[in-house]
Design a protein around this ligand. Structure first.
Ligand code: NDP
Length: 309
């Protein structure tokens, strides 16, 4: 068996076209959704992510502003900026790019975002609503995974889902979303015993560990749907060959950029067993940005009482 590739780029494109249409519709009522992205410190990966998010806003007609703060920013300074953004009427969504520098109190910072502008869905009020399966702003990566399953008509109800990872950003919310869609969900973490055996029970396996190519065929039930959230860098050409086989594009990427990306899933090994597989890059990543755009428009509508339409 060779797994069918779930094309996150194509699905993200379709979602973004729908969002652009919503933005045009709001423009007819003189409403322009706005997103503020707050980047603290000099993490190069975070800079790329924030730039991509701002660029996507521009493509879709969403107003955006980028706030770049130096490494030595204090928690209080960040709280002050967020308080100002909370009040700013042209801002519907506030995105605090994570991770924050270690001296900053991340929990206090995320808790200070106005829940109605919390487009990442990290505020405890929105998390609570998600737990109770009430309408809310849902974290973007988990929401993107559900959209992907929906748009490929992959059934969830009654199926066994296993999530590798229990973070607040991915593991827990994706477990909740799949449970609300009537999957039977198991959440695994670093203390789980015999991870491959638990993972093999999954009809839908979601891996969000940040462990390079750890998930091999041994973890996968034949025909399972495998969603790879992990993002890891590979810098060694021999390793590229071992993970992807002869792949000239990947080799070129290592030679020019110094690296290529691989997820938590070993692509060569797992694609022989799985029924469906998301690639890295081009799987979950683009969906995350598309869902951020969707959440921003949603927040804009909700703040104006238009959500019922
Ligand atoms: P975290 O580091 O917050 O969480 C990782 C989770 O994986 C933890 O629950 C941890 O267990 C578990 N874990 C780690 N190692 C093992 C192991 N050997 N066996 C079993 N469980 C393990 O990561 P995030 O959830 O923030 O991100 C996960 C990955 O997804 C990263 O690679 C990240 O870059 C990527 N990511 C990708 C996004 C995208 O848009 N594509 C968006 C967000 C994240 P424990 O709790 O016991 O420590």
């Amino acid at each position: 068996m060779t797994a069918k590739i779930l094309d996150g780029l194509a699905i993200a494109k379709a979602i973004k076209e729908e969002v652009a249409e919503d933005v045009r519709e709001l423009a007819r009522r003189h409403i322009r959704p706005g997103l503020a992205a707050v980047l603290t410190g000099s993490n190069p990966a975070s800079q790329i992510y924030v730039n991509n998010k701002v660029k996507t806003c521009q493509q879709l007609g969403i107003y955006s502003e980028k706030h770049e703060l130096p490494d030595e920013t204090t928690t209080d300074e960040l709280l002050e900026l967020i308080a100002w953004l909370n009040e700013k009427d042209d801002i519907d969504g506030i995105l605090i790019q994570l991770p924050l520098p270690p001296h900053i109190d991340t929990v206090r910072v995320l808790d200070s975002v106005d829940p109605t502008k919390d487009v990442d869905g990290f505020h405890p009020l929105n998390v609570g609503r998600l737990v109770q399966n009430r309408p809310t702003l849902v974290p973007c990566t988990p929401a993107g995974i559900v959209e992907l399953l929906d748009r490929y008509d992959i059934p969830v109800e009654g199926r066994r889902a296993v999530i590798l990872g229990r973070s607040n950003i991915v593991g827990k919310p994706v477990a909740l979303l799949l449970m609300h869609r009537h999957a039977t969900v198991t959440v695994c973490h670093s203390r789980t015993r015999d991870l491959p055996a638990v993972a093999r029970e999954a009809d839908i396996l979601v891996s969000a560990m940040g462990r390079k190519a750890m998930v091999t065929a041994e973890y996968v039930k034949p025909g399972a749907v495998v969603i790879d959230v992990g993002i890891n860098r590979v810098t060694d050409l021999a390793e590229v060959e071992e993970l992807f086989g002869p792949d000239e594009k990947r080799r070129q990427s290592v030679k020019t950029k110094g690296y290529t990306l691989v997820g938590d899933v070993h692509p060569k090994s797992v694609s022989r067993v799985a029924g469906y597989l998301t690639p890295v890059p081009g799987g979950v990543g683009p969906l995350t940005i598309a869902m951020l755009m969707k959440n921003t428009v949603r927040a804009a509508r909700r703040r104006r009482g238009l959500d019922h339409e």
